[in-house]
Design a protein around this ligand. Sequence first.
Ligand SMILES: NC(=O)c1ccc[n+]([C@@H]2O[C@H](COP(=O)([O-])OP(=O)(O)OC[C@H]3O[C@@H](n4cnc5c(N)ncnc54)[C@H](OP(=O)(O)O)[C@@H]3O)[C@@H](O)[C@H]2O)c1
Length: 285
Amino acid sequence: MNTTTSHSNPSGISLPIVAFIGGGNMSSALIGGLLGAGAVAARILVVEPFAEQRQRLQQRFGGVRLLDAPGEELRDAQAVVWAVKPQQFAQAAADCRPHLADALQVSIMAGVRCAAIARKTGAQRLVRTMPNTPALIGQGITGLYASAQASAADRAVADALLAPAGARVWVEREDLLDAVTAVSGSGPAYAFYLAEAMSRAGEELGLTAAQARELALATLAGAAALAQGSSEPLDTLRANVTSKGGTTAAALAVFDAADMQATIGRALHAAAQRAKELGDALDVD
Ligand SMILES: NC(=O)c1ccc[n+]([C@@H]2O[C@H](COP(=O)([O-])OP(=O)(O)OC[C@H]3O[C@@H](n4cnc5c(N)ncnc54)[C@H](OP(=O)(O)O)[C@@H]3O)[C@@H](O)[C@H]2O)c1
């Protein structure tokens, strides 16, 4: 087994002083969750160059230390969370580097590899993560990878920092983050795709659009919750609700005739390949 999963949320957490580089959607979701779990606002710094966004952060999280540019205050940070767009990382890192102490670097940037983070920040203790969009409402799942130099304590800090985004799955090789991207990073779109097709068919069968949408979404959420609460393999859960000659069997026969499992497999391989290519493109200098 080369992964470990944690579902707990930190409560009454005691975090080191943390600096978020970039105060956008993901940082806001993480900071909101950390404060809700008892983190001390004054121990959170955010570097956010845009005044309007700083004002929003100020209103939402009074007490958090907001910086318009990296400065001496960053030296206090024992952990730094990189939460800018991947294309903004090189510039942000060049600006921050003179002010970084020997801190743990945690990245939530899609595709930016540890080698690039080490090159741009000069740090060796790194945790690279891949969250997904439901992180914005605390119901995501994040894949995490730690560099060899990161300690168990560093992993625990990164795990606590990402806990507000949802569950965490640690992987032991960095390239497995491309697989995480294929399964959960891009995964919400697959769920929307399936829900879309189920809703459309429901409407064709006479339901209203609202009824079909509610039935499809609640079914996906309920089925996922049922499976998460069960130790049965997924194919057993499926077989349990598929009586011979019944309605579910009729539907699944159509999926099988179209070789859906193989199609979905090819789709995820394509996503992983694209994640690798995007990582290669970001790893040039
Ligand atoms: N949102 C998700 O669900 C999700 C899921 C998985 C991974 N991620 C990753 O998470 C990262 C952040 O995503 P996000 O959705 O939070 O993006 P975002 O809302 O665009 O946040 C990034 C913030 O950083 C600011 N910024 C730009 N340059 C900066 C600099 N040099 N120093 C400090 N701050 C700077 C941006 O300002 P401007 O907007 O004005 O440029 C923006 O406010 C991305 O790398 C993304 O790949 C996001």
